[in-house]
Ligand binder design. Structure first.
Ligand SMILES: *Cc1c(COP(=O)(O)O)cnc(C)c1O
Length: 398
C-alpha cells in the first residue's frame, strides 16, 4: 500500500478559492506556521510515510476491503454498489486514519501533550486511542451536555487514559468545547499539540487531515480498477466536517468523468432550523479558524446544528467542500433523520452490515440516485463507520 501526498489545492496560504485561510489569535500564528513547515517537510519524508503506513496497516487494519454489495445492488436495480469498508478499521470508523497521522506529527515536533475537542465523542475516542498508542498525555474537551448524551464514549476515553474535561459555558456542546480547546492551546502551545477531527480548522489542518484520509480514495481507486477495469461513475459519502468524503474524493478529483456527491444531514427538514446542512442552507462565515460555509443566525451567531447522527451535528463544513460546491465539481444533497434511519435498515437487512447513522445518510441517498441514472451505473460509497455506537439512538427512534 503506497502512501503519497498530492500537491494540489490549497494555495500556499491555505486558500481553496475564497475559502480556508487562518483566522486565529496572533499568539497562534507562529504555532501554525511552525506546524505548516513541519507538515510540508513530512509530506515528502520517506521515513515518516513508512511509519504512517506501518501503523495504518499493522494497527488500524488497512487496506480496508472494497466490497461489492450484491443484494443491495439487486434491490436498487440501476446501481452496482461497492462499499469502501472503513467500518472495519480499529475503533470502527475512518477517524483513526487522521488521529494516527496527527499523533505522529506531534511526536516529530517533540510535543508531549495532546488536546482535542469532541461533540459525539467519536473523535475523542480516536484521539485518546492514538495518544495511548504513543504514550502521550491526552486531554479532551467536551460540552457538559454532550457528556450526558454520550456517556459510553466518555467511559471509553477515560479507559484509554484520557482526561475528559466538561465545558459548562454557552450551549455546553461542541462549539463551546472548541473555544475551550483553543484557549488551552494558546496557553500551552509549547508542549501541546491540538488534534482536529475533520477537514476543518485553520490552515494547514484542512489539507493535513485530507492527506491523512486520502488513503481511502487511493485504495478504492486501485481496488475498483482491479475489479472493474475502469473508473466508477459515482462516489458517494456523508459530509459532517467532510473528512471521510474528502478522503474518498481526493484521488479522483482529476478524473473528469467520475461524479461525486456529498450528503449532508437535513435533520428534521431543511425548512426547519434543525438540520446540519451549511452547504445547502448556510452562509459564508468564519468558524473554527477558517472561512467556509456555516450555519448562523441573522445577527451572526453560530447556530446549534441538529442531526440524528452525532458525527454530522456540526454547524460548519471544511473549506474545500465550500470550494467544490461553488465550482460545481462536487454535488451536495441532503437527507433527513427519517430517511437516514430507513437507509440504516436497508443496509442492515440487505447486506448484514449495520452502518453508523452518519453513513446511513449516504446509503439513503442511493435510492434517489438509483432513480436518477439513465443506465446501470457503478458507485463507490464510503462506509465511514459501524453502527454499534448508535444502538441507543436507533432504539429510541424506532
Ligand atoms: C465523525 C464521523 C463522520 C463525519 O465526519 P466527516 O469529517 O464528515 O467524515 C462520518 N461518519 C462517521 C462514522 C463518523 O464517526
Amino acid at each position: 500500500m503506497e502512501v503519497q501526498f498530492h500537491m494540489t489545492l490549497p494555495d500556499k496560504n491555505g486558500h481553496f478559492g475564497e475559502f480556508g485561510g487562518k483566522f486565529v489569535p496572533e499568539t497562534l500564528m507562529a504555532m501554525l506556521e511552525d506546524l505548516e513547515k513541519v507538515f510540508t517537510s513530512l509530506r515528502s519524508d520517506a521515513k515518516f510515510k513508512r511509519e504512517f503506513r506501518y501503523y495504518l496497516t499493522e494497527y488500524a487494519g488497512r487496506p480496508t476491503s472494497l466490497y461489492l454489495a450484491e443484494r443491495l445492488s439487486a434491490h436498487l436495480k440501476t446501481l452496482k454498489v461497492y462499499l469502501k469498508r472503513e467500518d472495519l478499521l480499529h475503533t470502527g470508523a475512518h477517524k483513526i486514519n487522521n488521529t494516527l497521522g496527527q499523533v505522529l506529527v506531534a511526536r516529530k515536533m517533540g510535543k508531549t501533550r495532546i488536546i482535542a475537542e469532541t461533540g459525539a465523542g467519536q473523535h475523542g475516542v480516536a484521539t485518546a486511542t492514538a495518544a495511548a498508542l504513543m504514550g502521550l498525555e491526552c486531554v479532551v474537551y467536551m460540552g457538559a451536555e454532550d457528556i450526558q448524551r454520550q456517556a459510553l464514549n466518555v467511559d471509553r476515553m477515560r479507559l484509554l487514559g484520557a482526561q475528559v474535561v466538561p465545558v459548562t459555558s454557552g450551549s455546553q456542546t461542541l462549539k463551546d468545547a472548541m473555544n475551550e480547546a483553543i484557549r488551552d492551546w494558546v496557553t500551552n502551545v509549547r508542549h501541546t499539540f491540538y488534534i482536529i477531527g475533520s477537514v476543518a480548522g485553520p490552515h494547514p489542518y484542512p489539507v493535513m487531515v485530507r492527506d491523512f484520509q486520502a488513503v481511502i480514495g487511493r485504495e478504492a481507486r486501485r481496488q475498483f480498477r482491479t475489479k472493474e477495469r475502469r473508473l466508477p461513475d459515482y462516489l458517494l459519502a456523508c459530509v459532517g466536517g467532510g473528512s471521510n468524503a474528502m478522503g474518498l474524493f481526493h484521488a479522483f478529483i482529476g478524473d473528469k468523468n467520475v461524479k461525486m456527491i456529498g450528503v449532508e444531514a437535513a435533520g428534521r427538514g431543511l425548512q426547519t432550523h434543525q438540520h446540519a446542512a451549511p452547504l445547502a442552507k448556510g452562509d459564508i462565515g468564519v468558524l473554527h479558524g477558517s472561512k467556509s460555509r456555516v450555519l448562523e443566525t441573522k445577527d451572526g451567531q453560530i447556530e446549534v446544528a441538529h442531526s440524528i447522527a452525532a458525527g454530522l451535528d456540526y454547524p460548519g463544513v471544511g473549506p474545500e467542500h465550500a470550494y467544490y460546491k461553488k465550482t460545481g465539481r462536487v454535488e451536495y444533497v441532503s437527507v433527513t433523520d427519517k430517511a437516514a434511519m430507513a437507509g440504516l435498515k436497508l443496509l442492515s437487512e440487505s447486506e448484514g452490515i449495520i452502518p453508523a447513522l452518519e453513513t446511513a445518510h449516504a446509503i439513503a441517498y442511493l435510492q434517489k440516485l438509483a432513480r436518477r441514472v439513465r443506465r446501470t451505473s457503478t458507485v463507490i460509497v464510503c462506509l465511514s463507520g459501524r453502527g454499534d455506537k448508535d444502538m441507543g439512538m436507533i432504539k429510541k427512534f424506532l
